[in-house]
Design a protein around this ligand. Structure first.
Ligand code: NAD
Ligand code: DAU
Length: 362
């Protein structure tokens, strides 16, 4: 029997930028599974961080289209918005790694600022051309790093915390957030911004802390902990980030920003210890056991933010979103995933990746 109290959901037509990256791919899986009647077009330039195999199990589905292309390519973006009659743009595409932004900031300004601007302009024309429909949404996926660094006893970041980005990465994300905000205030375009804390889970590129530690433990390589290892990050399982974006796309108020976090603050050294414990338990033939013997303190990241923490009260109280995963459960799932998907991460340790690794960790 049909529940008469539930409003019928109108299917959406999405463009997901950066849908072959870590969070974007998890989001595409989430969306296709939850809303099989929706159209999903993935636009991804397949940079070093993009990996089409992240979407392998969805290839061939009639409602999913993959387009290899750059978000800075206005002609391409215009064409996709029009021919696919897109009503919802979910924007993940970015240069996302802080250490790479220190080595070479130009690509960060290009993709994160110029690319976001290109999408905003294209979407504005598209929305105007369609007579400004109420249900159109431009969802910009951003980061807690735009708020800068907290001392240990500071309150967590909320949506009113002033921006104070410290790395070229976070400065470029802050620039893109400001542009998105301006498009709502100036043009009334229905934008949404989410600022999320550190994610982890399947398809996480090896350069980031959690996959890097998992892979190095499995290979018996040193586990490089920056500085004194006392920096704090607020960890969120990637599936929870996807469900939060889903909630905001459907129920968020245009023009608003929502912080997303799991209330899981952990010191880096404690996190590495947890990963070592899990690997000791789950991986029978580690090259070095216990894995803790591999922990090595190395030179600190320049300008290393001390602590991030998210106050997610607004999204919880206004939209009813809460994370489903604990940090213990999420880390166990993630370690198991890296253990059982060596065929996924092995090819990513390319010569190009090794050169990057030598540059950062030499
Ligand atoms: P990622 O580096 O894993 O993936 C980025 C994707 O964007 C890749 O598929 C890449 O090919 C694509 N891309 C890069 N430049 C492009 C361009 N010019 N045109 C088209 N595609 C391009 O990143 P991620 O960790 O999945 O992060 C996704 C988004 O979420 C980013 O905007 C990031 O700032 C934000 N974010 C990440 C985290 C995190 O913990 N990883 C937390 C909060 C917010
Ligand atoms: O907070 C959200 C952000 O989280 C996202 O916006 C970024 O895209 C994402 O990369 C991530 O940034 P971080 O710099 O916090 O993540 P990363 O995994 O690079 O590092 C996490 C912490 O671990 C940080 O304090 C630096 C430290 N670290 C990292 C690496 C790669 C180490 O100690 N050793 C390492 O080898």
């Amino acid at each position: 029997m049909v529940d008469q109290t539930m409003p019928t959901r109108v299917p959406r037509k999405l463009i997901v930028t950066g849908g072959a990256g870590f969070i974007g791919a998890n989001f595409v899986h989430h969306w296709c599974q939850t809303y099989p009647g929706d159209r999903v077009v993935v636009l991804d330039a397949l940079t070093y961080a993009g990996n089409r195999s992240n979407l392998a199990s969805l290839e061939g589905k009639a409602n999913l289209r993959f387009v290899e292309g750059d978000i800075c390519d206005r002609v391409l973006v215009d064409e996709l918005l029009q021919t696919e009659a897109i009503d919802t743009l979910v924007h993940f595409a970015a240069e996302s790694h802080v250490d790479r932004s220190i080595l070479g900031p130009a690509a960060f300004v290009q993709t994160n600022v110029v690319g976001t601007f290109t999408l905003l302009e294209a979407f504005r024309q598209h929305w105007l051309g369609a007579d400004q429909p109420d249900h159109y949404r431009f969802h910009h996926v951003s980061t807690d790093e735009v708020y800068g660094s907290l001392e240990m006893d500071d309150p967590a970041f909320n949506e009113k915390t002033p921006y104070a980005p410290n790395s070229p990465y976070s400065a470029s994300k802050a620039g893109s957030d400001h542009l998105v905000r301006a498009y709502f205030h100036t043009y009334g375009m229905p934008t949404l911004i989410t600022n999320c804390s550190n994610n982890y889970g399947p398809y996480h590129f090896p350069e980031k802390l959690i996959p890097l530690m998992c892979i190095n433990i499995l290979m018996g390589k040193p586990l490089p902990v920056y500085g004194d290892g006392q920096n704090v990050r607020d960890w969120l399982y990637v599936g929870d980030h996807c469900s939060a974006i889903d909630t905001v796309v459907h129920r968020g108020t245009p023009g608003e920003t929502y912080n997303i976090g799991g209330n899981n603050e952990v010191k880096n050294i404690d996190l590495v210890q947890m990963l070592c414990e899990l690997m000791n338990e789950l991986a029978p033939d580690l090259p070095v056991r216990p894995a803790q013997n591999l922990i090595t303190f190395v030179k600190d990241r320049p300008g290393h933010d001390r602590r991030y923490a998210i106050d997610a009260t607004k999204i919880r109280t206004e939209l009813g979103w809460t994370p489903a995963e604990t940090v213990e459960g999420g880390l166990r799932r993630t370690v198991e995933w890296f253990l059982h998907h060596q065929e996924w991460w092995q090819p990513l340790l390319s010569e190009e990746y090794q050169a990057y690794y030598r540059q950062v960790y030499a």
